[in-house]
Design a protein around this ligand. Structure first.
Ligand code: CMP
Length: 145
């Protein structure tokens, strides 16, 4: 987990948009709670249409976000890299996953459960705001595509 550790050393903030607004001590405390998962390139992390109780921070690696319209061809909505997060839509809207997310390289993920997001969001409204903003931007992006 070298990049994350390195990040917590440097000034005060960490580079993932989700946690960049948190004070360092809070982030460090949080790290202890986060479940780390490794997935191999080619593996599916999220399956469109399923329900989920987690979102994921991409600590290392890259993923592809793929939506398959009814009776249509799969379409790539986005490619995401280190520091980005995904799976927030299912948590915020309580709706089925709008797309599948597939590892395009070996990935290290940090899992954030619904419970964690609720608890942390109440304590640090800015966290909630960041997730909401991404949610809105992506929803719009997906509708326009
Ligand atoms: P969720 O619906 O829970 O699971 C699929 C995820 O793909 C979704 O949350 C978002 O995190 C992500 N996603 C969906 N649409 C886009 C998009 N247009 N750009 C980037 N990520 C997206």
């Amino acid at each position: 987990t070298e990049p994350l550790e390195a990040a917590t050393e440097s000034p005060k903030r960490v580079p993932t948009p989700l946690f960049s607004q948190l004070p360092r001590d809070v982030f460090v405390a949080l790290l202890g709670e986060l479940e780390m998962r490794r997935v191999a390139g080619g593996e599916r992390i999220i399956t469109e249409g399923e329900r989920g109780n987690s979102m994921f921070i991409l600590e290392q690696g890259t993923v592809r976000v793929v939506h398959t319209p009814e009776n249509g061809q799969p379409r790539t909505l986005a490619e995401l890299g280190e520091g980005s997060f995904f799976g927030e839509m299912g948590l915020i809207s309580d709706a089925p996953r709008v797309a599948s997310v597939i590892a395009t390289r070996d990935c290290t993920l940090l899992e954030v459960t619904r419970e964690m997001l609720t608890r942390l969001g109440a304590r640090f409204p800015v966290l909630e705001q960041v997730v909401q903003q991404f949610y809105k931007d992506r929803l719009l992006d997906t509708l326009l595509k």
